[in-house]
Each structure stands twice: as structure tokens, then as C-alpha cells.
Design a protein around this ligand. Structure first.
Ligand code: ZN
Length: 479
């Protein structure tokens, strides 16, 4: 097999879905060969990348007063079943433990499908007084859902490995409203650091989490034109309080229901980053998140093998204290190494050959633009710093361009129909349920959500009834 073939990918524009599977495997993110459908092995490189992504969220959650906890991974049927009342079909998606060793079990246990029930069962003992509120906690755990649709690595899985979920508890509904605003702020910051474009929408009343007051979703668009939900911030009001007896005593000795919210991210966030930024050579990673930020590749030429390698080591040592650097001094040919590190999305490659050794210079290659430049050894540190900034800026620019290309604002049902499928389409909506349903029926897809009052004062007309439309609604295919 030639060097090129070992790292060849199906062109992303030709078949995104195949490209995505191939890049996850060839860049050593996941191994899909585990014999349980919908569950995947995370490889060291992929795990490290996901950790870097999680650390961004970790920082934001801590900054805003959320504390990490751990609750067990199994839940008795009796505790969980109270949730069945308002979530239709939930029971069918659960992994049940029905035996303990050789014994049939008395009460079935579920493998954590969500954490609300598990947490609330104990929290009604933690929270007794208004002094215990607000309470903001989060955990990072796997959750299990028996997904019946075709599974896809990272996008539709049966074991969500990196579920980082925040749960919050408040004395009043107004406090919960403010919390949800904070959660949306956290999401925005998070996806801005990931360089993933998004739109924040409120879900339509008929699509809101059953029993919840409302929720905001962040959605992005994948290269195949389908919308991907990146996260939800849900205001449950006192729904769970009523179900699980979460009450507290207020300042006047009155018993009141606790208001709760939840939000979270998973490996889907990384899936979006990979899908949006990757190209036909593999991953393209922002310098801040790349497990390896710089790779140094010596290019030996006859008679200069030792000297070139020594120089490459000097370069490596100069950078190793400040950056995540790798010196690739393996026996593979330089061409093979280039393809390999391009596949893994390393933002900067430093090529060191005889010429560089003799001139005491370095050739820098940037993965985002596939461009080379020459820099004197003495300028290396400052050049890398500014180069990382330039790469991030360029990736941000590409992100905006990417998003604009795949979204459009329509003013009529006809315009929606012309664009939907390849793009996700926004349109003016008056907010009436019957108009929303009519659009969904006409177009054949569900409304993804709407930007509340985004069109206020703009004089746009609802695509169905022609009345003034305050909201910008979004519609399209979705994952
Ligand atoms: Zn209308």
C-alpha cells in the first residue's frame, strides 16, 4: 500500500457519512470493532482530544459555581418508573438488569438512562431549607439508551460515554429562569472555543421536554445539511419536585416546591468539531484543543542523518516546555509521516532537513491552509505563538463561511421548500401553534425551534397567516 493510500479518505463532499466513519478510525479516535452495536472503544488519541474538550466545559462550570459529584450507575425500577408517567416510550429504551449472578432479581435495576431520578431520590434529603438553595452540581458519567434507529459512532450511540450533566435546584421559578440563561451563556462560550457554529433556539411548545416549562437548544448544521442538537438547557419548574417530593421550608416556615433545571454535553460536541473542520486529509484541530499541537519531523539526507536529528531534538527541546510537541523520529519515510500527522489534525508541523540545519532555520507547515513558511530558529517561540492565533482566526472565519453556506432565511413556504434538505432554513413565524403545524406539514420536517422575538420590529410576515412575525423559526432535516 502506498503512503497516500494508507491515509486515503472517501471525499467528504461525496459521502459525508463514510468520510466521518473513516476519519474516526484512521485518525485513531475510535475503534468501531467492538462486538456490541452502538458502543465504541475510545483510543488514546481520541480520549485525549475528548478530555481537552471536556476541560473547556469543566472550567466554565466551575467558574459559574457548579460542583462535581457522583451518583451510582444503576437505579431501581420503582424509583425510575415515576418518570415513565411523563416520558412516553422511555421504558422501551432502557437496559434492564434482571439477574444478579444466578438469582432472578426481586426488583429490576436500570442502567443509568438519565440521572434525574437517581439524584432526586437522595436530594430530597439534602434539601430541606431555603438555606440549602441554590444548589448546582454536575457529574461526568456514561448513560445507556437502547437506540432503535441505525447507530452511528458519536452521533447516535447506545452508550454515551462522556455525558457531562449539570443539575440545579432553586427556591423560585425566577431563579430557575436566570439559571437557564446562565446555562445558555455557558454553552455559547463552550462552542465558541470549539469553533463550532450554532444557533440558540427555544423549542416549540409541542416539542418541549414532556412536563418541562421550556427549553433552549443549541443546534449546528453538519456537512450533509442535517441539523445536530448540541445541547439543551431545560427549565423543569417544579415538575420533578412534584414527582419526587423535593420540598424546602422557606423563610416563613412555609413548605415550597424546589425548581430544577438541567443541561449537559456529550461526545456529540466533538463530533461536530470533527465534522465541520475536517477535510479530505483528515482532522483539522484548533491549537488549543489538539492533543499534539506541533510535530517535529526530521528529513534525513545522506551524510546528514545525525546532524539533522540532533537539530530536530534541539527544536523539540526548545518547544516542549510550552507546547504539546511530538518528535517523530521513527523509521517511517517523511511522506508517510506528513500524511499521518495531517490525518490527526496537528495544527503545525516543523520540517527539519539539511537546508534548515545549515541555515539554522525551520520550515513551518500549517494544517489549516496547507501552507509552508521559513522561520529563523531564534524567532521560533514568538512565531509559533502568533501562528496559533492566526490559525484560530482562520478556522473561525471558515466556520462562519461554512454556516452561512448551509443556512438561509426564507420569506415564503415556497422558498423554504426550495432550500430545505440541503440547508437548514429560517423563516418568520407569528408564534401560533396552528401556523407552526402547517409549516411542518407542508415541508415534511419538524420545526427545530425558534429565536424568540428575533424579528421584532422588522415588519416580516408569518409565512402561513401573513400576520406580523416576531419570531425567527428554523426547520430542516436533523439527526
Ligand atoms: Zn402565523
Amino acid at each position: 500500500m502506498s503512503e497516500r493510500e494508507a491515509f486515503e479518505l472517501t471525499p467528504k463532499g461525496e459521502n459525508f457519512s463514510r468520510w466521518f466513519d473513516e476519519v474516526l478510525f484512521k485518525a485513531e479516535i475510535l475503534d468501531e470493532r467492538y462486538p456490541v452495536k452502538g458502543m465504541y472503544v475510545w483510543l488514546p488519541f481520541g480520549y485525549e482530544l475528548m478530555e481537552n474538550v471536556m476541560n473547556v466545559m469543566e472550567r466554565l462550570m466551575r467558574q459559574t459555581g457548579h460542583k462535581r459529584v457522583y451518583f451510582p450507575g444503576v437505579v431501581p425500577e420503582g424509583v425510575l418508573s415515576r418518570e415513565f408517567r411523563f416520558i412516553k416510550g422511555f421504558e422501551d429504551s432502557i437496559y434492564w438488569i434482571t439477574r444478579l449472578g444466578k438469582q432472578e432479581i426481586r426488583e429490576k435495576l436500570a442502567l443509568r438512562p438519565t440521572s434525574e431520578a437517581i439524584m432526586y431520590e437522595v436530594l430530597n434529603r439534602w434539601i430541606t431549607s431555603y438555606k440549602d438553595l441554590p444548589l448546582r452540581i454536575y457529574q461526568i458519567v456514561p448513560v445507556y439508551r437502547y437506540e432503535t434507529k441505525a447507530t452511528r459512532p458519536m452521533l447516535r450511540v447506545r452508550e454515551i460515554v462522556f455525558f457531562k450533566e449539570g443539575h440545579t435546584f432553586h427556591a423560585t421559578y425566577e431563579d430557575a429562569v436566570k439559571q437557564v440563561e446562565l446555562e445558555v451563556w455557558i454553552y455559547k462560550k463552550f462552542y465558541e472555543e470549539l469553533l463550532v457554529p450554532y444557533v440558540v433556539v427555544k423549542t416549540t411548545p409541542w416539542d418541549t421536554f414532556p412536563g418541562a416549562k421550556y427549553n433552549y437548544d443549541l443546534i449546528t448544521i453538519m456537512p450533509d445539511g442535517k441539523a445536530l442538537e448540541l445541547g439543551s438547557a431545560i427549565n423543569f419548574g417544579d415538575l420533578f419536585a412534584r414527582t419526587y417530593g423535593l420540598e424546602y421550608m422557606d423563610e416563613n416556615g412555609q413548605k415550597r416546591n424546589v425548581n430544577t433545571t438541567s443541561f449537559g454535553i456529550s461526545e456529540r460536541s466533538l463530533a461536530a468539531l470533527i465534522a465541520i473542520h475536517g477535510d479530505d486529509r483528515g482532522l483539522k484541530l484548533p491549537p488549543k484543543l489538539a492533543p499534539i499541537q506541533i510535530v517535529v519531523v526530521p528529513i534525513p539526507s545522506k551524510g546528514y542523518e545525525e546532524k539533522v536529528l540532533e537539530y530536530a531534538k534541539e527544536v523539540y527541546n526548545a518547544l516542549a516546555g510550552d507546547y504539546r510537541v511530538e518528535l517523530d523520529d521513527t523509521d517511517e519515510r517523511p511522506g508517510y509521516k506528513f500524511f499521518k500527522w495531517e490525518m490527526k489534525g496537528v495544527p503545525v508541523r516543523i520540517e527539519v532537513g539539511r537546508k534548515e540545519y545549515e541555515e539554522r532555520t525551520l520550515t513551518l507547515f500549517r494544517r489549516d491552509k496547507m501552507e509552508r513558511s521559513l522561520v529563523p530558529f531564534d524567532d521560533l517561540g514568538s512565531r509559533i505563538e502568533s501562528l496559533f492565533g492566526e490559525i484560530e482566526e482562520e478556522m473561525r472565519r471558515q466556520t462562519r463561511e461554512y454556516f452561512e453556506k448551509r443556512t438561509v432565511h426564507a420569506e415564503t413556504v415556497e422558498e423554504i421548500r426550495e432550500n430545505v434538505g440541503e440547508k437548514i432554513v429560517s423563516f418568520p413565524w407569528c408564534g401560533l401553534e396552528e401556523c407552526g403545524h402547517e409549516v411542518e406539514e407542508e415541508i415534511g420536517y419538524g420545526i427545530l425551534g425558534y429565536e424568540e422575538n428575533a424579528l421584532e420590529g422588522r415588519g416580516e410576515k408569518c409565512v402561513i397567516c401573513g400576520r406580523e412575525a416576531k419570531h425567527r423559526a428554523w426547520i430542516g432535516r436533523s439527526y
